[in-house]
Design a protein around this ligand. Sequence first.
Ligand SMILES: Nc1ncnc2c1ncn2[C@@H]1O[C@H](COP(=O)(O)OP(=O)(O)O)[C@@H](O)[C@H]1O
Ligand SMILES: [Mg+2]
Length: 386
Amino acid sequence: MRLTLTDFRNYQFLRINAGTEPIVITGDNGAGKTNILEAISFLTPGRGLRGARLADIKRISSAEDGSFGSSVSWAVAAKVSKGDDCYDIATAVEPVLREVGQDEDGSQRFERRIVKIDGSKISSQAELGNYISAIWLTPQMDRLFRGGSQPRRSFLDRLVYDFDAEHAKRISSFEHLYKEWYRLLKDGKHDNFWLSGLEENMASAGAAIAAARREQIARLNTFIEHEPDDVFPSVRLELDGTIEKLLDTLPAIEVEDRYREILRKMRRSVIYNDTIDGVNRTDFKVYYRKKGMPADLCSTGEQKSLLISIILAQSKCQSLYKGFAPVMLLDEVVAHLDDLKREALIGKIQELGVQAWITSTNAELFDSLRGKARFLHIEDNQLFEE
Ligand SMILES: Nc1ncnc2c1ncn2[C@@H]1O[C@H](COP(=O)(O)OP(=O)(O)O)[C@@H](O)[C@H]1O
Ligand SMILES: [Mg+2]
């Protein structure tokens, strides 16, 4: 992969010609290690590994007089190979003027993310899934099992995207419809025809979302059962969601009808601020299989190992089913692993042949990769080959 960043966070211009070997990026805190991983994560649908706002990414720089400003846009481009072919994929933001009517001049600046494949703009980010996929572990994910369900749901949905690019489209279309439906109800615009139309589309996207999640969970559980890892603990994955549960007993088409009825009944819940149910509330449950222990009750170190188990299973599964492995972005992952687990993880990355990007403040932890990986060091927004 040849990666190019332009005005992305702390990088005015950065190019890395990466081969297939793992890349270890070192540097002090704040050097810009995570930013590189984040840039790669923007080559997949969504808001990247930090869930950032597009506007926060464009490069902020200070002038000598102490003032500071920011670039107008940013871009990440990569040349990737798939089979024997090579593709240019790129993502960037463009400032756009949108007519809104409320502002003094009747317009408002906002930013839009665009995606290009071989130079042509494409309409859906989900397309990217056909060229590249990425999976990541970041320090923020240490809290994945303990907090609210939203980050777990996104984590799960990303596992689904890798197998089913349409899933990204369905999720974004559901969110869109849901927002509109919610706003109509909150604004007291009870236009039955309009609401029913939205509910119909939400039910159809929602039932497909639930089915795709179930399929992915089943695939991973079966894989883990048959090929348990020798070092990282086996997990059991479960879905906790009303719509997913309906699929246990009803055919998809009936689930869609049922979901439509549920949404219709929930109109009142929106108005009275009651709990709202559906695929946008589904939780993703992970268990330490051997102990039968829910992940949130496991120790911090165990939780990290469970996450590693999931991403290893996902990448193995993906290589098996799709013929290509995801790019693996491991942000400060090894710092909290004991020597045995760290070396096991390094070994597995090599075995899997995935393109791994690994960050660490301490290069020594990767001594066993000397000669087998690229070592890059960041200082003053520049990369140095070690
Ligand atoms: N939009 C931006 N423009 C310029 N610099 C940024 C921007 N956003 C974050 N940074 C800088 O990036 C640095 C953090 O980079 P990061 O990749 O998280 O570091 P680390 O090497 O610790 O992982 C911070 O020092 C911050 O000042
Ligand atoms: Mg970092």
